[in-house]
Design a protein around this ligand. Structure first.
Ligand SMILES: [Zn+2]
Length: 341
């Protein structure tokens, strides 16, 4: 029997133990609800309250590694072994997840552009408003697990913005590294607005994102880093018994810290065409190195347009789909962050 639906305002976040909910957000144009899954755990171990953590998957409906990892955590985490509060939302944009789409088909809104939300807005804005006003006040850490969907191919990475407060910046980096992905990526806040992690940051939270796969699949490595990474975070803060563990046994080095802070490093596709990439995501490239070719099939005898790296660095994102429209982000090149950062 599935978990009963409940009005979002009736959640008792302080109830000891583990409780599963489906939050009923009414639809905009039909009779019915989007039933958004949420699990709230208040650990039973007697100790000081731990750091509250909120973990989200399915902010985009066609990105699955985070959805799977958070769902497994809803089942696996045992409140008898825990202290502090963990709030798990495996399919934040439930309507997008149900239709395997990036944005909600109910209102056409990308949940990761809907923050801070609006209590009188359409479905996605009301869910965002609930997260900001009802979930964030209970936690200090916010983790939003993404993948590239149809947008881009990434090497496995966790991500964060550069934060002015050096203490919070260091703590955010520490949390990002606990996922033991090959890369930790510091990205530009200018690329978009209305992100869940933007809002969490502005509320003073330690906020970490991640890109744990791409192409609408569910890569085992991505799910493993998401699932074990969250467990590492809980262990690090003493909310779960056990020690932080190495997730990728095949890689001896710590995550490589890279950044792309300038919009010039997020390069748009110069013209619509068929994209043949010639490098893998995560590759080191030199300035002028061939990244791919854009083909125009209206003239099959024509030479392709060669796309070359505008600078040296790491290809941290690469357009995934072959069909590429003018203006879509074609690639992103990041640079190593000096060790002292
Ligand atoms: Zn996403």
């Amino acid at each position: 029997m599935p978990t009963q639906a409940i009005e979002p305002d009736r959640i008792a976040f302080e109830r000891p133990g583990k409780h599963h909910y489906r939050l009923a957000f009414h639809l905009d144009s039909r009779w019915g609800y989007s039933l958004v899954p949420m699990t709230v755990i208040n650990g039973r171990r007697p100790a000081d309250p731990g750091t509250g953590v909120a973990i989200f998957g399915g902010t985009h409906g066609n990105e699955y590694e985070g959805q799977i990892a958070v769902k497994r955590l809803c089942h696996d985490l045992n409140p008898d072994e825990m202290q502090g509060r963990v709030i798990l939302m495996p399919q934040l944009s439930e309507s997008a997840c149900a239709s395997h789409a990036r944005a909600s088909p109910e209102d056409g809104v990308n949940m990761n552009r809907a923050f801070p939300g609006d209590v009188r807005g359409s479905l996605s804005f009301r869910i965002a408003h609930f997260v900001k006003t009802r979930v964030f006040p209970h936690v200090r850490l916010v983790i939003d697990l993404h993948a590239g969907g149809r947008e881009a191919a990434f090497p496995l990475c966790t991500s964060l913005h550069a934060i002015r407060d050096p203490v919070r910046h260091q703590e955010t980096l520490l949390v990002a590294r606990l996922f033991d992905t090959p890369f930790v990526f510091i990205y530009s806040r200018q690329m978009a607005s209305g992100l869940l992690t933007d809002e969490a940051e502005d509320d003073g939270k330690v906020a970490v994102g991640g890109e744990l796969g791409f192409a609408e699949g569910a890569r085992c490595a991505g799910v493993r880093h998401a699932y074990e990474g969250v467990r590492n975070v809980l262990c690090h803060y003493g909310m779960l018994t056990g020690n932080v563990s190495k997730i990728d046994a095949n890689r001896t080095s710590p995550p490589r810290l890279v950044q792309a802070l300038e919009l010039a490093d997020y390069v748009p596709c110069p013209r619509t065409g068929i994209w043949e990439s010639t490098v893998e995501p995560g590759s080191d490239v030199s300035e002028g190195e061939l990244l791919g070719r854009l083909h125009d099939f209206s003239d099959h005898a024509s030479a392709p347009l060669e796309v070359r790296a505008h600078r040296r660095g790491v290809v941290i994102a690469l357009h995934f789909a072959a069909a590429c429209r003018q203006g879509s982000t074609l690639y992103v090149i990041a640079e190593d962050v000096p060790v002292s950062t």
